[in-house]
Design a protein around this ligand. Structure first.
Ligand code: SF4
Length: 414
């Protein structure tokens, strides 16, 4: 038996990422390979949503139209969720297409849509202008509609349990490509294509909550993600008029970027994907831990709470015999309580079961014990709904498969 900060480690089976032969890719200096910079690829076409309102006016004038047309276009896009010139009858017929296509080029081509039986969860596969594939998942819950968005095509963080990470980083997404996922989802909702709505509910509906938990590490694409977030919360028609509190930005722990986010003065919900409270395991489970350790990430999370007064979420995928040991629940509680009370809650996420693999879900009794220990230590802890897992839309599962790629090749280019 050993101990970390006095926490007793009971003996028990300990599987590791390498148990099934996974090995860490290393960089030239022998450290885990991480891609922070986006590979150089052709830039996506610029779009109205990439610009500030002033820049939109300037761009419209550059195209030879009066500046006030910028607001009309933004109203169509951010309020009516349309980029189709046919819908824009308030614009003069002459030059309408030129103006609309000049400011609103097509960014996402829908390749595939998978829905659950009730239709209250839909996973979209999108093709970007250069053929890169990304996904988003739209979920109806009682009283809210959540969209899980991608912020990068692929991801450079190389987490061994994550299909996206194993495929590497293709490129950063533009702010407009991120926002277009929301606009397209709103259009789907407005068309009545998201199921699960109660018959007596006549409310106007749209996406109310955003989680940056699709493909990519949002804080590795900081400037574009922040432009997208600012546009989400800007009042309509400047932006989407959403509440910052309904937007969750998650990270595996890019500490300098967490500090920058805390200084933005936008009260988004911040989530740290921790997955292990000890560096020994987290170094393997979350390779970015080789740059910023557990304590540094938790210190930055606590600072986020102090600056924003927003309670922080700790995400913890429970993986059988890997990170679900009772002593790890105790160590996590101890590290969180050491930084104060009432500033954090923990969301354990049962991993999707992969029977026979080291990447499988914890037994229910083990999950419950993990949750009980944290709650008993005064840390509010609730198992997170893994909606979408029957369509491979749960966190860490968003990756374009070979089938998806074949579908993308077959789909018409719009
Ligand atoms: S878990 Fe998140 S950060 Fe890690 S590789 Fe997957 S998408 Fe990237």
């Amino acid at each position: 038996m050993t101990s970390e900060q006095g926490t007793v480690r009971a003996t028990g089976r300990q599987v590791r990422p390498r148990t099934e032969g996974w090995s860490q890719k290393l960089d030239g200096e022998g450290r885990p390979a991480l891609q922070f910079a986006s590979p150089k690829r052709g830039k996506p076409p610029v779009h109205l949503a990439d610009f500030t309102p002033e820049e939109r006016v300037a761009r419209v004038k550059e195209l030879g139209f009066p500046g006030f047309r910028a607001k009309q276009l933004a109203t169509h896009y951010f309020t009516h969720y349309t980029s189709d010139p046919v819908d824009m009858t308030d614009l003069p017929q002459a030059g309408r297409e030129e103006l609309v296509y000049g400011l609103m080029p097509n960014l996402l081509t829908e390749v595939r849509r998978l829905a659950t039986d009730k239709g209250d969860t839909i996973k979209f596969l999108w093709r970007l202008h250069d053929g890169a594939l990304v996904e988003s998942v739209l979920m109806r819950y009682p009283g809210r509609i959540t969209l899980c968005v991608s912020s990068q095509a692929g991801c450079g963080m190389n987490c061994p349990f994550c299909a996206t990470g194993q495929a590497g980083l293709t490129r950063n997404m533009s702010a407009a490509e991120i926002l277009e996922q929301v606009v397209r989802a709103n259009r789907v909702i407005a068309n009545g294509e998201l199921g699960g709505k109660k018959k007596d509910d006549h409310s106007m509906e749209r996406v109310s909550n955003i989680v940056f938990m699709g493909m990519g590490e949002p804080l590795a694409n900081y400037n574009r993600v922040m432009h997208a977030v600012k546009t989400m919360v800007a009042p309509q028609p400047e932006g989407l008029g959403m509440s910052a509190r309904g937007i969750t930005v998650s990270t595996v722990g890019l500490v300098p970027a967490i500090r920058k986010l805390a200084d933005e003065d936008i009260p988004v919900t911040f989530a740290l994907s921790l997955h292990a409270p000890d560096d020994e395991l987290r170094d393997e489970l979350i390779p970015v831990n080789s740059r910023w350790k557990v304590d540094e990430a938790l210190d930055a999370a606590r600072e986020y709470f102090e600056k924003t007064k927003r309670r922080v979420s700790i995400e913890y995928a429970l993986i059988k015999d890997m990170n679900d040991h009772p002593w790890r629940a105790d160590l996590l509680a101890k590290k969180l309580n050491a930084r104060g009370r009432g500033w954090v809650h923990v969301n354990p996420i049962p991993l999707n079961p992969t029977p026979g693999s080291v990447w499988t879900s914890s037994d229910v009794a083990v999950q419950n014990e993990f949750v009980r220990r944290l709650n008993d230590a005064g840390i509010p802890t609730t198992i997170r709904d893994t909606r979408g897992k029957d369509i491979d839309g749960a966190c860490g599962q968003l990756v374009a498969t070979e089938d998806d790629k074949a579908a993308a090749e077959a789909a018409p280019i719009v």
